[in-house]
Design a binder for this molecule. Structure first.
Ligand code: PMP
Length: 352
């Protein structure tokens, strides 16, 4: 039985999930689509001809950067989409897969707020399935919220703001059971361990879209670069719908160069600081509960979340008050900083 279902999944043709108008969309053809070359007199794009490093339009297909990212991630370039932060592919999946006012999406809750906002912008109903009190996911409840009009199912692992990683076997069961696209947001996966990623399993699951970002472990939030990975027909369709020049010249160049430095040293440092901060917090009377985390932040439950939030602000430390979110009553989300910043935080907490 298990085997039969697997074969069925391999054969799943996801093109049937594309919106009708998107299936037949002719994308804007840029000047740089019509002529590709590096040497020449460019009088085709109405640019200012005087070179300042950014007077020319960027490569709309980000070829060089994709090649480099393909090496770094171990994924063929045909399976990579580059967006203006992950927020761009989050919006695009609604535009590619959901008919406004007709299709719906399902996500766990609490989770990253942009799925809900992007759904609302696109006039797509978002059905939120509450996580259990320990923030584990009940997959039966999640799947029960889907119906024939559900095109997208959002999973976030490690999840924001709870910090926990979803068990791989559970993600796999959901991928097999759901007849639609599963968007697995791995924004924080580098802090959980690279080997936990589903990136190397794209060929097993035609309905899988993995999101990653350079905003977290890679330290490039200001450059705005998010990634989506999926089978080529999904990537090709998302690319037809995106803004032609969505990644600017400066970002393409700086990211390309910065990728050579790697991320291991800083990730190791942040993870060891996470362990130290969590251990110290567990001894503080003001902290009622420190939730387990696989990310670069930790969710803590305290007696008076707003009061502590304000106290921290007085000391110049800004954290995220998540106490009004369902399931997170009394909770603050605290990012792991530098050792010095973490010392400062712990000192305030120990005196509060
Ligand atoms: N996904 C998750 C789970 C996030 O927490 C965030 C940012 N807070 C993002 C995506 C957005 O990242 P980006 O900077 O790539 O838009």
């Amino acid at each position: 039985m298990h085997n039969a279902r697997y074969i069925e999944l391999k054969r799943m043709d996801v093109r049937k999930f594309f919106r009708e108008n998107i299936k037949n969309l002719t994308p804007y053809s840029t000047a740089r689509d019509e002529f590709q070359g590096t040497l020449g007199t460019y009088l085709d794009a109405n640019e200012n001809p005087y070179d300042n490093g950014y007077n020319r339009y960027p490569d709309p297909h980000q070829r060089e950067l994709k090649r480099r990212l393909g090496e770094v991630k171990g994924v063929p370039v045909q399976q990579i989409f580059i967006g203006n932060g992950s927020d761009e592919p989050i919006d695009l999946v609604f535009r590619v897969f959901c008919e406004p006012g007709r299709h719906n999406a399902v996500s766990m809750a609490p989770t990253y707020g942009m799925y809900q906002v992007a759904a609302a912008i696109n006039d797509v109903q978002m059905r939120e399935v509450q996580l259990e009190p320990d923030f584990s996911l009940n997959e039966e409840k999640l799947l029960a919220a889907t119906d024939a009009a559900t095109r997208l199912l959002f999973l976030c692992s490690p999840n924001n703001p709870t910090g926990n990683l979803l068990p791989a076997a559970q993600v796999e069961r959901i991928l097999r059971a759901f007849h639609g696209m599963v968007v697995l947001d791995e924004a924080y996966i580098d802090f959980a361990g690279w080997e936990k990623s589903f990136l190397h399993r794209l060929d097993e699951f035609p309905n899988l879209i993995v999101l990653q970002t350079l905003s977290k472990a890679w330290g490039m939030a200001g450059l705005r670069l998010g990634l989506a990975f999926a089978q080529p027909v999904v990537i090709e369709t998302m690319s037809r719908v995106k803004y032609p020049y969505n990644i600017n010249v400066v970002t393409q160049k700086l990211v390309y160069d910065r990728l050579a430095q790697g991320l291991e040293a800083q990730v190791a440092e942040i993870c060891s600081e996470r362990q130290r901060v969590v251990a110290a917090m567990q001894t503080l009377p003001i902290i009622r509960k420190v939730y387990p985390t696989d990310a670069n932040f930790v969710l803590v439950k305290v007696e008076d979340a707003r009061g502590l939030y304000n106290r921290l602000i007085e000391e110049g430390v800004i954290v995220r008050d998540r106490s009004r979110i369902a399931g997170c009553a009394g909770c603050l989300r605290i990012t792991i900083g530098t050792p010095k910043e973490n010392d400062h935080l712990l000192q305030i907490l120990s005196q509060a």
